[in-house]
Design a protein around this ligand. Structure first.
Ligand code: FES
Ligand SMILES: [Fe+2]
Length: 365
């Protein structure tokens, strides 16, 4: 028998093609987060429970028991799946209820929505489809640096009280380093602002490159590498609709060319998964992989600590920015300056994406 439940608050659990790019792999978390407890997270307005079975399989289900709607994330993880914490229904990673304590027959409707998830390079990716139940149309992105012996990485995540695209804007324009991050990766603000920036795009990706020869090494660089008075810095940002890869670093003057992809020196490879939670909030999953100087073996820990500090600074700025945007309202327009080229290109790509999705939805109705 199925009973109708009475919704108290109608939270949309549907894929919303007008607000978010769909048919995409989004970051759901890092492998290290999934231990023996379920994790509740909302992605693109959809409440999801993430868990790992004792056999190591990662699963993502709608976070609602089909019996009486308790979040499955209030339950426990067992060998075969997740058990609801109210009356004990057990769900397999494919969303099917496989045990009802005290009742032999399992109704065919006793199941919940399951999402495709992939664990790759220590990142958990979730496929957010346009059509419910649709299969992924591409492979989850690769990020080999988490498994590259040349690097060691640390990671973290933030829940942001700000919309996801404000994080894109921030990461696609690193000119803010000289104003926001003086204690870590900043440096001379004028040098950042004056460094020529090259913006290119291909398909849905944007690349921003900025080279800064003759820079003074900022504090994090000095903590990690025995730079002299000057260093030659590079910043390479690659934007994808759901995540960004930012490769920064510096070589000592007179050694490798700063635009040589095989350059040595000090490297910071940042991974940034930006997954909308709602229109006004998002998840920000970051990792930092860095190289180790033989004379400074402790450097990676320092780099990771300082990265976390740096991203705390960004969060303060972005949440304050969004709060002010809310207070001033839509009429308070923005004026573009030269540093916005990469961010604006990415925004156009997302806008185009949403437009195409909206048109496709309209043609269905
Ligand atoms: S609400 Fe989940 S078993 Fe009853
Ligand atoms: Fe920043």
């Amino acid at each position: 028998m199925t009973t109708t439940c009475i919704p108290i608050k109608n939270v949309s659990q549907r894929a919303d093609a007008s607000r978010y790019p769909l048919d995409q792999w989004y970051v759901a978390g890092f492998s290290s987060e999934l231990t023996n407890k379920p994790i509740a997270r909302t992605f693109l307005n959809q409440k999801v429970v993430l868990f790992r079975t004792s056999e190591g399989q990662v699963a993502a289900l709608e976070d609602r028991c089909c019996h009486r709607s308790l979040p499955l994330s209030c339950g426990t993880v067992e060998d075969a799946g997740v058990r609801c914490g109210y009356h004990g229904l057990l769900y397999a990673p494919n969303g099917q209820c496989i045990e009802i304590p005290g009742q032999e027959r399992i109704p065919s409707k006793a199941k919940v929505k399951a999402y495709h998830v992939v664990e790759k390079n220590k990142i958990i990716w979730i496929w957010m489809p346009r059509e419910e139940g649709a299969e992924p149309t591409c492979l989850a992105p690769a990020y080999p640096f988490h498994d590259d012996p040349r690097y060691k990485f640390g990671s973290g995540n933030y829940h942001y009280k700000a919309p996801w695209q404000l994080i894109h804007d921030n990461l696609l324009d690193l000119s803010h380093l000289g104003y926001v991050h003086l204690q870590t990766i900043g440096g001379d603000a004028k040098l950042h602002m004056n460094a020529p920036m090259k913006v290119t795009s291909e398909g849905d990706q944007v690349k921003v490159v900025r080279l800064m020869p003759n820079s003074s090494p900022p504090p994090t660089y000095r903590a990690a590498w025995p730079f002299g008075e000057k260093c030659e810095r590079w910043q390479e940002i690659e934007f994808d609709v759901t995540h960004l890869r930012i490769w920064t670093g510096a070589v000592e003057p007179g050694t490798d060319a700063i635009d040589d992809p095989n350059r040595g020196g000090f490297h910071m490879r940042g991974f940034h998964g930006i997954t909308p939670e709602t229109e006004e909030t998002c998840h920000y999953f970051w990792s930092m992989s860095s190289t180790k100087h033989p004379d400074m073996p402790e450097n990676i820990e320092a780099v990771i600590q300082q990265t976390a500090f740096t991203f705390d600074e960004d969060r303060i700025i972005i949440e304050a920015q969004y709060q002010n945007m809310l207070e001033f309202g839509e009429k308070a327009s923005w004026v573009d300056i030269h540093v916005d080229a990469g961010a604006n290109r990415a925004r156009r790509i997302v806008a185009e994406f949403l437009k195409k999705q909206a048109t496709a939805e309209l043609s269905k109705s």
